[in-house]
Write a new protein. Structure first.
Length: 490
């Protein structure tokens, strides 16, 4: 085994060698190093994209992958974040979390899952027939915001379902809320069970001590991370990490192979590899700058009438999050008398500025190590202008947000059975009492309000109805107008 050298980037170096050698490929991809690409595509994307779009095996590496390019890059990533095994995927964390679920639990097994899980987790349930034991998030009724479930809630669920094969938690949430991962790991391990953490929003966490603890350091068994979200990777660039002996690494690799593409993007691999090197060599410096900038930005936003950054005092403490990542920069705009949907649209139209999250009372201005005064000054100017135009924004349709008790519905059958059952479409105003056969997911952040197998209730349906009218984006229902929903036939 070669020594660890974090100045090396095996994927990038192999691409360099490919270009230097001037290899002539009679293989896919068919554009042949941009020569056959559409002229407008070459102009907009640039030939560099096409030149680095080569086969992983039989291009970047030889036909038997004897150069171990990918394996060496994965080994370096594992060392960088204190994991024992790391796996790259070019299919996003949506694949990674499914691979983790299918390794920990098999069809028909029970798995404890926070009900604030991403829709990709629900897709995993549908694909493999796992029986979810939903664990309720900690709900801030004042702000209508969910935080990761508590250790006590997972313990109570394990007491009710001692046959569960493990637990899955989402931390951080897209709002920056973090679970007590160390407590959860101790709980699971005390009962001989693995903990899976969907840490898609936490790529940066291992690289600075002032950020919340990340999953591997907290003792989790499997951690899923989207490098493209808070890191420097390209879209769909994801890694999943493994440690300990509760999960077989060969099984995890096999599940990923079962679900993944046989045509991975070398461009995405290169982004993952480069991010690891960048953060090992300069991560602490970059994250220090990002945290300092975020603190400055938050202080300046607080001076804008009608705006408030939800910080540690708002979102952490008993009954709320265990810790908070400040970089998502969640801004409560309820003081402007409008919705996040209306504000996000206004900022995009009038300032060519796109925010991440828009919900019934907040917008999220995600900051990363890539930001500087050059990017945040226009953001602050736009937010000041938003506040100055509050009068024209105040007629936004309101969203009827259910109480915590009303938000949760009974799971009457497995998500898989409902999704693949005999279904019909019914008008939304006649769907109460029926069993959902599809997901209805406000996006972002991508947490289903209703999922297959749940018995629909009027408060949730009114939330979807009023949210859709207010500008909520719900991309996964068969009827995109939301006049109807797919339900199980009675």
């Amino acid at each position: 085994m070669e020594p660890i050298d974090h100045t090396s980037a095996p994927v990038l170096e192999a691409l360099d060698a490919y270009h230097d050698r001037g290899r002539l490929a009679f293989t896919p991809p068919g554009h042949k190093q941009a020569r056959g690409a559409d002229p407008q595509a070459r102009r907009v994307l640039g030939d560099a994209v096409f030149r680095s779009d080569v086969l992983a095996v039989g291009g970047l590496d030889d036909r038997r992958a004897s150069g171990h390019v990918l394996r060496r890059a994965e080994r370096l990533m594992a060392d960088a974040v204190h994991a024992e095994h790391t796996y790259f995927t070019t299919c996003g964390s949506s694949l990674s979390v499914k691979a983790a679920m299918l390794t920990v639990a098999h069809p028909g097994d029970r798995l404890l899952i926070g009900r604030d899980a991403h829709k990709s987790v629900v897709a995993g349930l549908i694909l493999c027939g796992i029986d979810p034991v939903w664990v309720e998030p900690q709900w801030d009724a004042e702000r209508s915001l969910a935080h990761p479930p508590s250790v006590a809630s997972y313990a109570a669920a394990l007491d009710r379902h001692p046959d569960a094969r493990g637990a899955l938690v989402t931390s951080p949430t897209p709002y920056g809320s973090c679970a007590d991962l160390r407590g959860l790991a101790e709980l699971c391990h005390g009962r001989g069970l693995p903990l899976v953490v969907d840490e898609a929003w936490g790529a940066h966490l291992p690289f600075h001590g002032d950020l919340p603890s990340w999953a591997m350091d907290a003792g989790a068994d499997i951690c899923v991370t989207s490098i493209h979200k808070m890191g420097s990777g390209l879209e769909q660039g994801s890694v999943f990490h493994l440690q300990g002996d509760r999960v077989d690494p060969a099984e995890l690799a096999s599940r990923a192979d079962l679900l993944g593409t046989t045509s991975p993007s070398v461009l995405i691999y290169a982004g993952l590899d480069a991010w690891r090197r960048q953060m090992v060599l300069r991560g602490h410096e970059l994250m220090s700058d990002a945290l300092r900038l975020a603190a400055e930005v938050h202080a300046e936003i607080e001076l804008i009438p009608g705006l408030h950054v939800n910080g540690r005092a708002d979102l952490t403490g008993p009954g709320r999050a265990a810790d908070l990542d400040p970089l998502p920069t969640v801004i409560d705009i309820s003081g402007l008398g409008t919705t996040g949907y209306r504000a996000a649209d206004w900022l995009r139209e009038h300032h060519a500025l796109t925010v991440h999250i828009g919900d019934h009372r907040r917008i999220g201005a995600q900051l990363t190590h890539a930001d500087s005064r050059e990017t945040v000054d226009p953001l602050l100017d736009a937010l000041r202008d938003l506040a100055a135009h509050r009068a024209e924004l105040a007629d936004a349709p309101r969203v009827d947000v259910p109480s915590p008790a009303e938000l949760r519905m009974e799971q009457v059958c497995l998500p898989r059975d409902a999704y693949f059952g005999a279904v019909e479409s019914v008008p939304l105003d006649r769907a109460a009492g029926r069993v959902a056969a599809e997901m209805a997911t406000p996006y972002p952040p991508g947490i289903p309000a209703a999922l297959p197998g749940e018995r629909l209730t009027e408060p949730v349906l009114e939330y979807l109805r009023s949210g859709h009218a207010a500008g909520m984006y719900i991309p996964d229902t068969a009827d995109h107008t939301l006049r109807t929903l797919r339900v199980l036939k009675e």
